[in-house]
Design a protein around this ligand. Sequence first.
Ligand code: 4NP
Length: 149
Amino acid sequence: MKILMVCLGNICRSPLAEGILKTKVEKNRLNWIVDSAGTSSQHSGEQPDSRSIAIAEKYGIDITDQRSRQFKTRDFSEFDLILVMDASNFRNVVNLARDEEDIKKVKLIMNLAEPDQNNEVPDPYWNDNGFEQVYQMLDKACEALLLKY
Ligand code: 4NP
């Protein structure tokens, strides 16, 4: 399994999702590849947001080695599953799809834990208090992913 986590900036939500899933994958000794990207290039090359680093650290996860990168069309070829945080990420990624096969790989991450609800992981960039909620949501989704595959 090769899984790509995608948000807008690849500095808040998807780096956390990558860190959470990688930790679970290691614990379960699975041979999965996990990465993350942003639909925007605005923060390319940057470390995750300090608030994401802090909330990950609170739960024993180190995401400081991650660097933001932009989602590219070739990611459709390299990954089996592309998990997006919200409807806007979904539109941005699907707009780059080459065919139906590509589109089928794109899923709203919370639908793993809360099927068919189309719940979104809120953008915490402008809300210092949003990071705990984002962590809990992503942890729930990643746990559901492990059970599913
Ligand atoms: P992310 O959060 O998509 O979870 O990484 C954001 C990061 C940066 C911005 C917006 C959202 N920004 O507007 O710069």
